[in-house]
Design a binder for this molecule. Structure first.
Ligand SMILES: Nc1ncnc2c1ncn2[C@@H]1O[C@H](COP(=O)(O)OP(=O)(O)OP(=O)(O)O)[C@@H](O)[C@H]1O
Ligand SMILES: [Mg+2]
Length: 259
């Protein structure tokens, strides 16, 4: 078990969970690559990267020269000929920034010319995500947004866990079910929920009652220190030990469920 994608409604705690899991598995001696696939990139902050490393994390989508070299077309062009399977196997080694045993790669944003657009940048990112999921051995933690645009059918089947983070509220549960349906439609096998910002047994019950047929892999409690850590750009794992402990339980549950 080593390819984990984290999704969910805006602000539910995807980046928090992704950073915690990355740190935990790295701490257990696993080789971990954390991929920031959310346009509003902040995984580096949640991992506590110092500013000088943070500035080294250049989004792949902004590497115009590299994308042109690999796809044969300039970024921002549509309707031109370009390679749909550009070479990407050297990208992790060249562009990952390593910190405390976690290697971080940031995909970046694409100026979409309509949803589902195919442009050199999107071909590059899709090829990269496919490569990371299908052809690499290390543990992958993919911090996504609510969309699934980087995952295609060919790759979806190799995702071991698709975690949808939910808060104990109707709107995030509703979004979670929509995302889970999309994930199942493209062939992702294990889709489940992680409850976050849980304050009481009532909150847990709410999530269970609204989970439908989705398994709940675990819970993270509401800790105000997490907000402070976010404001400080501090590693959530180190700043909020209670959250780290709860995430350890989730990390174990994930391993146990596929064993
Ligand atoms: N368990 C928690 N307790 C308290 N605050 C939390 C908790 N988890 C996350 N937060 C806070 O909620 C905010 C959003 O968290 P986070 O950035 O992880 O969410 P996200 O789903 O990645 O958001 P986005 O959709 O913007 O990428 C942050 O300020 C974070 O510190
Ligand atoms: Mg995020």
């Amino acid at each position: 078990m080593n390819k984990i994608a984290v999704a969910g409604k805006g602000g539910v705690g995807k980046t928090t969970l992704a950073a915690l899991l990355a740190r935990i598995y790295a701490g257990r001696g696993q080789s971990v690559i954390a991929v920031d696939a959310d346009p509003a990139a902040c995984l580096g902050f949640a991992l506590g990267l110092p500013p000088e490393l943070q500035t080294q994390v250049t989004p792949i989508s902004e590497m115009d020269a590299l994308i042109e070299e690999r796809t044969g077309a300039k970024t921002g062009t549509y309707g031109t000929y370009f390679k749909l399977n550009p070479r990407v196997d050297d990208i992790p080694e060249r562009f990952c920034v390593q910190y405390q045993g976690v290697r971080l790669l940031r995909l970046g944003t694409i100026d979409q010319g309509g949803s589902g657009c195919i442009c050199p940048e999107s071909a590059m990112l899709k090829a990269l995500v496919s490569y990371l999921i299908l052809h690499r051995d290390e543990m992958l933690i993919l911090d996504m947004d609510a969309g699934l645009e980087h995952l295609g059918r060919a790759t979806a089947g190799a995702v071991d866990y698709f975690l949808v983070v939910v808060e104990p509220g109707k709107r995030s549960m509703e979004t979670a079910h929509q995302i889970a349906r999309l994930a199942a439609d493209i062939g992702i096998r294990r889709v489940g929920l992680v409850g976050n910002k849980v304050r009481s047994q009532n909150d847990r019950d709410f999530i269970i009652h609204n989970s439908g047929d989705l398994p709940v892999f675990g819970y993270l409690s509401y800790h105000p220190e997490a907000i402070q850590a976010d404001q400080d750009g501090a590693s959530v794992y180190h700043a909020v030990p209670q959250l780290a402990q709860e995430a350890e339980v989730i990390a174990d549950a994930l391993l146990a469920a596929v064993a």
